[in-house]
Each structure stands twice: as structure tokens, then as C-alpha cells.
Design a protein around this ligand. Structure first.
Ligand SMILES: Nc1ncnc2c1ncn2[C@@H]1O[C@H](COP(=O)(O)OP(=O)(O)OP(=O)(O)O)[C@@H](O)[C@H]1O
Length: 246
């Protein structure tokens, strides 16, 4: 799979030379109003790195990812995306920057009345591009995730594993530099979990930076021989680097 950059996407590589990390959080804290959920968390995601993010249910993994892709501004602290300070970006800059980050949402977020192929093309439409001219790219992506025969299916007709792979295809349609995946193997059997993990590892070998939030320690252990991954754990509102004890 080549994952060719989408033409005319407006994605800028300006500032790349100055990048230290593709995503940098500096002393980030976040509260939904009832005490800090995350407290003084810092992280630099280096280009091409592969990270897992784990922690118990409710620890703040999804919140952490939302901060990383600028869906949520943290209550305090700094966020830099591809070298740019999020708080100094205007709406257009934020939109362009977010196109460089592909997200696999925990709940997949499909439009149920649209066939799978149109759901995968949605990010193209949102970026003002013509999906028809990207048809080869979409077909190649569907092939890559093994869903070419399901292109016309509606999301409710898909199995859990098909939905997760479709969500991954949609996350990479804009050829992002970073992929954030929130429980991408939730509700699928073990063979399918490994298949999805392999797809994410393949993307990493193409140079993509990967961050996977998962509570599945078995999945993380299975990745060990396949990829040099760092494992981050949210515990007691802090981010820790997990050791060999995992
Ligand atoms: N928009 C919101 N408003 C208020 N509270 C929220 C909001 N989003 C999340 N929370 C709360 O913040 C806490 C952390 O939620 P989050 O989804 O980030 O955790 P998580 O580690 O991803 O959990 P899980 O593994 O169960 O998906 C939870 O108690 C949740 O109820």
C-alpha cells in the first residue's frame, strides 16, 4: 500500500525543519469541572515513533487523545502540533494541522445512511476535495484493509472487525503523518486484533507516527517482537513510561 498524499489537500510542510516532535504536550492539565483528570502531563511524540497508551477505564485516555488532535483545548499547559503552538493558530491553521493527524475513534463515528465507500471519502469532502478524482486511492485503501467487496455496505451491516478496519481506512485517506487510534481493537476477536495491529505497524514502517490507546495489555505484549514501541500509562492523573513489568 502506497498511501499517496492527497493532491491539493492544502497540507503544508512548512516548519518541518524546526519540528522536534510531531505532537508536544507541555505540562498539560485537564479538568471537566470536578478536579483534574490529567495533571501536568508532558510528552513529545517523535516523528516515526510507535506508542501505546494504556490505563484503567476512565483514566483519561480518550481525553488525552482529544487534546493531541486538538478536539479539546486543555485547561492548562501548552500543545504544539508539528512545531506550531495550538493557542496561536487561527481556525484555518488548526483545520490544516488536524488533516495531518488521522484519528480512529473509539465509536468509529460513521454516517449509517452512507455506504462504506462514501464514509471513507468523508475527510476528502470535508477538505473540499472531489472523491471521484481520488477513486483509485480509495479503492487501494479498501483493498489494503480487505474491504473492497464491502464498499457498498452500510455501516450497520458491517461486523465489528470490518467497522474497525473501515475506520482505519478513513483515518488514513488524507495521508496523515500521525495516526491516533482509540481502542482500535475494541469488540473484535483476537485474530482480528492482530490483523489491525499489523496494519498499524505497516503504517509505522511507512514512517507514520502511531499512538494507540488500549486497555488490552495482551495486544501490547504481542506487539513487542514486531515493533519498538514505548508504552505510556495514565495513572493517578499522571503519564508514566511503563517498564518491562508490563
Ligand atoms: N465531555 C466530558 N464532560 C465531562 N466529563 C467527561 C467528558 N468526557 C469524559 N469525561 C469523563 O472523564 C473521565 C475520563 O474519560 P475518558 O473517556 O477520557 O477515559 P478513558 O481512559 O478513555 O476511558 P475508557 O477506557 O473507558 O474509554 C471519565 O470519568 C469520563 O466520564
Amino acid at each position: 500500500m502506497r498511501l499517496k498524499p492527497v493532491r491539493g489537500s492544502g497540507i503544508t510542510r512548512a516548519g518541518t525543519k524546526a519540528e522536534r516532535g510531531v505532537i508536544e504536550l507541555d505540562n498539560v492539565s485537564h479538568s471537566y469541572g470536578d478536579g483534574d483528570l490529567l495533571s501536568n502531563v508532558s510528552l513529545t511524540l517523535a516523528p516515526g515513533a510507535f506508542h501505546f497508551l494504556t490505563g484503567p477505564s476512565g483514566a483519561g485516555k480518550t481525553t488525552f487523545l482529544k487534546i493531541c488532535y486538538a478536539e479539546l483545548l486543555p485547561s492548562a499547559g501548552g500543545v504544539r502540533l508539528f512545531g506550531g503552538d495550538l493557542r496561536r493558530m487561527d481556525r484555518d491553521q488548526v483545520a490544516r494541522t488536524r488533516r495531518r493527524i488521522g484519528v480512529v475513534h473509539q465509536d468509529c463515528r460513521f454516517l449509517d445512511h452512507l455506504p462504506l465507500i462514501d464514509n471513507i471519502a468523508l475527510p476528502l469532502l470535508a477538505a473540499g476535495l472531489d472523491p471521484v478524482s481520488e477513486r483509485d486511492n480509495i479503492d487501494e485503501l479498501l483493498n489494503w484493509v480487505g474491504l473492497r467487496a464491502r464498499a457498498g455496505a452500510l455501516p450497520p451491516e458491517l461486523s465489528g472487525g470490518e467497522r474497525q478496519r473501515a475506520a482505519l481506512a478513513r483515518a488514513v485517506i488524507m495521508a496523515p503523518d500521525v495516526i491516533l487510534a482509540d481502542e482500535p481493537t475494541g469488540n473484535v476477536d483476537w485474530d482480528m486484533s492482530l490483523r489491525i495491529l499489523q496494519l498499524l505497524i505497516e503504517l509505522n514502517r511507512m514512517g507514520k507516527t502511531i499512538l494507540i490507546a488500549t486497555h488490552d495489555l495482551h495486544l501490547i505484549r504481542s506487539a513487542k517482537p514486531l515493533v519498538a514501541a514505548r508504552v505510556l500509562r495514565i495513572k493517578d492523573r499522571q503519564l508514566h513510561l511503563a517498564g518491562a513489568d508490563l
